[in-house]
Ligand binder design. Structure first.
Ligand code: CUA
Length: 158
């Protein structure tokens, strides 16, 4: 079969790129560099129920008026549910999973993170005004992944 020179060239370039990308994935996985992008903080997912923070995940108001929302994702729900946070205040989400990989997306905002068992994923967001948001899991986590939803209620700032 005759393949044009340029076509052959591009096939080799594409194959080389695939090899490079796969190599990057395999190398980073082998080097243990797979963790949430925020920072490296580990928790033991098997003893999460006894953990001082994630054993009873909730929204805590800090001295400066900002809030910290600790959230645990587990098949097939989020805790706490609903998550209640004040409008106009900085919300620091601290998210982990007690079993498999999940995702947390607050629909209609750019709050979107992966819940990785063994790691804490941290990010901040300020909801400008009161309202209700849908939270969905965006990583396929099992048979009832599609039912894994939660609610986020933004209340009038106190
Ligand atoms: Cu949890 Cu999909």
């Amino acid at each position: 079969m005759h393949v044009e020179l340029y076509e052959r060239l591009w096939m080799w370039i594409a194959a080389a790129l695939i090899a490079v990308f796969l190599g990057v994935i395999v190398t980073t996985a082998a080097a243990g560099a797979i963790q949430p992008p925020s920072h490296i903080e580990t928790v033991d997912p098997t003893t999460l129920t006894a953990h001082p923070e994630f054993g009873d995940p909730k929204v805590v108001t800090n001295a400066d008026g900002s809030v910290t929302a600790s959230v645990v994702a587990a098949t097939f729900s989020f805790t706490p549910d609903p998550i209640e946070v004040p409008a106009g205040k900085r919300v620091t989400f601290r998210l982990t999973s007690s079993d498999v990989l999940h995702g947390l997306q607050v629909v209609g905002t750019n709050v979107n993170a992966m819940a990785v068992p063994g790691y804490v994923s941290q990010f901040t967001y300020t909801f400008p005004k009161p309202g209700e948001y849908l939270i969905t899991c965006h990583e396929f986590c099992g048979l009832f992944h599609h039912t894994m939803v939660g609610k986020l209620i933004v209340t009038e700032a106190p």
